[in-house]
Design a protein around this ligand. Structure first.
Ligand code: UDP
Length: 343
């Protein structure tokens, strides 16, 4: 019998983590989640079992707790690690920067310390396109264009996280490390069983749209229509969360091939930008609903337009998107409707 290829996924009960859990199982790995569910919900765990037909392996621990995380490393002979565990609300990070530095940097450092101790050399880090700050005129960003300062403490934790990987990999050259720079993940699993679980009022556009459409929220505010873009609203690169999840499997597979160690920073986006108004119109078209929205002032810290250059992710990881923007919006809407029956 083949030996289990255990993969630790810290923060595996979260939005991207839970979808990655499914893709790992589909690709023959055995994922083990470390997550204290502070930003998730037990429904995700129950539904992961429904989707996969397998009992979930989870350690309900705070990933910054070295001793507890060490017990998880002792229990499983990990083949690789995907490190998601982090806070991600930009606005909150401005108000409570230390909470972000403590958790996001702390969890990375503890996980890396254990990766050395247990010689788990394959490591995927969830980074973000926030490391690019605000691009100048050209809105398509390549991997070289990282800024020294991000627009928020959240973004800083991703820049610092990448710097930690650089120093760490220099000192431990056998490690095979990939930092994936996510653009804007949206959508949900096509089964409608897992998706994004915003705690409190959502910050992100898609959950805000679906919650407004279903009546949980009154009205969506479009943050500014006076940007220098075609319709005046901001442009982002929206990527289906299942496509993003698959990029993690590809990143692990890539790492396995670089025998002498490696460190790569890779954009994961569609390569195409859409404006806020385009997303709203597409949502209305697909659902045949009229969304209650108004134009409001700009949101502080918003970058006018950004989308990924995808040469590296397609060349190095042999990864391509499989879902369209419409698929992502439809899946997000299905998930919202299914959630209604859960409450
Ligand atoms: N946005 C908006 N209204 C909202 C939430 C977001 O107009 O209630 C806009 C936001 O200004 C940005 C885009 O939607 O242009 C995507 O924002 P989100 O917070 O989802 O992701 P970000 O790119 O900021 O990480």
């Amino acid at each position: 019998m083949q030996k289990d290829k255990y993969i630790l996924i810290t923060g595996g009960a979260g939005f991207i983590g839970s979808h990655t859990y499914v893709e790992l199982l589909n690709s023959g790995y055995t994922p083990v989640i470390a997550d204290d569910l502070r930003n998730s919900n037990r429904l995700v765990l129950k539904n992961l079992e429904k989707i996969t037909g397998k009992t979930i392996l989870i350690a309900e621990i705070d990933v910054t707790d070295f001793d507890k995380l060490e017990k998880v490393f002792e229990k499983y002979n990990f083949h690789g690690i995907i490190h998601f565990a982090a806070y991600k609300a930009v606005g909150e990070s401005v108000k409570e920067p230390l909470k972000y530095y403590e958790n996001n940097i702390g969890s990375l450092v503890q996980t890396l310390k254990l990766a050395i101790k247990f010689e788990v050399e394959s490591f995927v880090f969830s980074s973000s396109c926030t490391v690019y700050g605000a691009p100048d005129d050209k809105n398509e960003v390549t991997e070289e264009e990282v800024q020294l300062l991000a627009n928020s403490p959240y973004g800083q934790t991703k820049i610092i996280g990448e710097l930690i990987l650089r120093d760490f990999q220099k000192a431990n050259p056998n490690f095979k490390m990939v930092a994936l720079r996510y653009f804007n993940p949206i959508g949900a699993h096509p089964s409608g069983l897992i998706g994004e679980f915003p705690i409190g009022t959502p910050n992100n556009l898609l959950p805000y749209i679906t919650q407004t459409a279903i009546g949980k929220l009154n009205e969506l505010t479009v943050f500014g229509d006076d940007y220098n873009t075609e319709d005046g609203t901001c442009i982002r690169d929206y990527i289906h969360v299942c496509d993003l999840a698959k990029a993690h499997v590809k990143a692990l597979e890539f790492g396995e091939k670089c025998e002498n160690g490696c460190l790569e920073f890779i954009n994961v986006g569609t390569g195409k930008g859409n404006s806020v108004l385009e997303i709203i119109k597409q949502f209305e078209l697909l659902t045949k609903l009229k969304l209650n929205y108004k134009i409001g002032p700009r949101r502080e810290g918003d970058v006018p337009a950004i989308y990924a250059n995808t040469d590296k992710v397609s060349g190095l990881l042999n990864w391509r998107t499989e879902y369209t923007l419409s698929d992502a919006i439809e899946h997000a809407w299905n998930w919202e409707k299914n959630l209604q029956h859960e409450n």
